[in-house]
Design a protein around this ligand. Structure first.
Ligand code: ATP
Length: 499
């Protein structure tokens, strides 16, 4: 049939440009024809035995497939470049062309002409190796650009490397994406509940300093609202649409803290991720980093942190190059830093750098006036969470709360209220719904009633609290108690305590 068709076309003096045969279909591309000649060819071909239909079409099937593929690769957000075995560009999508600052896709040009690829990466590609999440910095007509690159090798029929397909994204976009996934819980100053003048003054100061960029040091006992204030300051600042990165310095083992904060270069240590990794400071670029439990950081990390605060740039572990970071630092601690300086446990110069705006959050026992509004706030909060309809608290129960000293501060009050809301059978919280786990306090109250299990729990919690305040850190408490650091961390979580 193909020969019969070709004969007809040839007799009409038309040139066949390409031909494609599929089961049940024959496609013919001929040079442009006069309309009459075309009609004549169609009529003749239609008369060939077993030909059912002859239709003029605009594009050959391979041209259509090519167009569809081009549309797909041009519509993706990432830059895509494919190279052959000689590292000549065969495909370059619109995003890649734009990122490289070029007018036209550089198809047909050697990769090295348009892309300043570090030698080690080039070697990697030539050897047909997979490349994952490698950061590179290239110069474009519009200036230097940091990219995150991935590359998959392509192999020929004999399994030899014959090119690669690379995809890349701007580092700033990767950061933004990561941030959109880890967006902080939106805490604002409206979520800070108080009515006392003491707290009012503090909130006013915090609102004012939120506008600036200076480092803030939040001091106060555990559970007084330091993290809440840090988040509210961030959300009231011009940085609110950028990352808020909260780091609990005490929860990260000393050996990891440095690389977590400042990142590491490729091949810095065994098991490290290929291509290195950016640290939390880089991740927080243009945003805020909250360094909780700052008193827990070891001396060598203190020295590096001081440099970051002084220079405004970070150097990843194992790297020479410095990266500028624009990060507002909010640090917090419940430790007596001044005493730690005297003992040589905390650097004085770092203290001064951190203590630019000190904010002291008082313990709840010093602003008991706020208990009433806080109780109402927690009743509302837990009504919503538990689908309850508790309307308030009885005067006796409130009096009970007022008599207690709240060593665990607002966090402890919140926990006690959560428990009370679970126990409440009525629309009003009664004294019997309030369980305060403090032996001294229980002894002085009318409801003293212990199962052995509860007593063991209480004693364990008490002992843990004592070891923590004596030692000042989970690690030291573990030593005092003769248990592992992990056990202490687990128990702290179990009892809703905080370092
Ligand atoms: N003024 C407040 N109004 C409402 N909730 C508060 C207030 N202060 C603290 N809280 C709540 O109390 C709990 C403890 O607060 P937060 O974690 O901020 O304390 P912290 O001082 O950072 O504690 P730690 O030092 O143990 O990390 C949180 O659930 C927080 O939402």
């Amino acid at each position: 049939m193909v020969r019969d068709i070709s004969d007809i076309v040839a007799k009409c003096g038309a040139n066949i440009l390409s031909l494609s045969v599929r089961p049940g279909e024959i496609y013919l591309q001929v040079e442009p024809l006069h309309e009459e000649k075309l009609r004549f060819i169609i009529q003749k071909v239609a008369l060939i035995q077993d030909v059912y239909e002859v239709t003029p079409i605009e594009w050959m099937p391979h041209e259509l497939a090519e167009q569809q593929l081009r549309n797909v690769i041009n519509s993706v957000q990432e830059g895509i470049i494919s190279v052959n075995g000689n590292f000549v560009i065969t495909i370059c999508n619109l995003r890649a062309t734009e990122l490289l600052g070029l007018e036209q896709p550089p198809v047909g040009k050697p990769l090295s002409d348009v892309f300043e690829i570090p030698a080690e990466i080039l070697k990697h590609l030539q050897e047909g190796k997979l490349l994952e999440q490698k950061e590179i910095s290239i110069s474009t007509p519009r200036g230097r650009l940091k990219l995150m690159i991935n590359s998959r090798p392509v192999f020929d029929d004999r399994g030899k490397p014959s090119g690669a397909v690379m995809s890349f994204q701007k580092m700033s976009e990767v950061r933004r994406l990561a941030h959109s996934l880890t967006r902080p819980v939106m805490v604002t100053f409206d979520d800070i509940i108080y009515e006392s003048n003491k707290m009012k003054e503090i909130v006013e100061i915090a609102k004012t300093i939120a506008q600036g960029d200076s480092t803030v040091l939040l001091r106060g006992e555990s559970g007084t609202g330091k993290e809440l204030f840090a988040r509210a300051i961030h959300m009231a600042s011009p940085r609110k649409d950028r990352p808020f990165v909260a780091v609990n310095c005490a929860a990260i083992p000393d050996t990891l803290l440095e690389s977590e904060l400042f990142g590491y270069a490729d091949g810095t240590f065994t098991g490290a991720r290929k291509g290195g990794r950016q640290g939390l400071f880089e991740f927080a670029h243009h945003g805020t980093i909250f360094l909780d439990e700052i008193g827990e950081i070891p001396p060598y990390v203190q020295a590096k942190l001081l440099r970051v605060l002084q220079e405004g740039s970070v150097r990843r572990l194992g790297e020479m190059e410095e990266t500028r970071v624009d990060v507002r630092v909010i640090a917090a601690t419940n430790r007596p830093l001044e005493e730690m300086i005297v003992r040589g446990d905390f650097r004085q110069d770092l203290f001064y750098r951190l203590n630019v705006i000190p904010i002291y959050l008082p313990p709840l026992r010093e602003h008991k006036k706020d208990i009433t509004v806080l109780v109402d706030y927690f009743i509302n909060k837990f009504n919503q969470r538990f689908g309850k309809k508790v309307q308030g608290i009885s005067p006796e129960a409130l009096d009970y709360l007022m008599r207690y000293d709240w060593p665990g501060n607002i966090r402890e009050l919140e926990n006690v209220m959560e428990r009370a809301m679970n126990l409440a059978r009525d629309f009003i919280i009664k004294p019997q719904d309030i369980i305060i786990n403090a032996p001294d306090f229980l002894a002085s109250s009318s409801e003293k009633y212990f199962h052995l299990k509860d007593a063991v729990r209480e004693t364990e919690k008490e002992t843990l609290i004592r070891a923590l305040s004596q030692g000042g850190s989970a690690r030291k408490a573990a030593k005092i108690l003769g248990v592992s650091h992990t056990t202490v961390i687990k128990k702290i979580k179990k009892y809703g305590l905080s370092l």
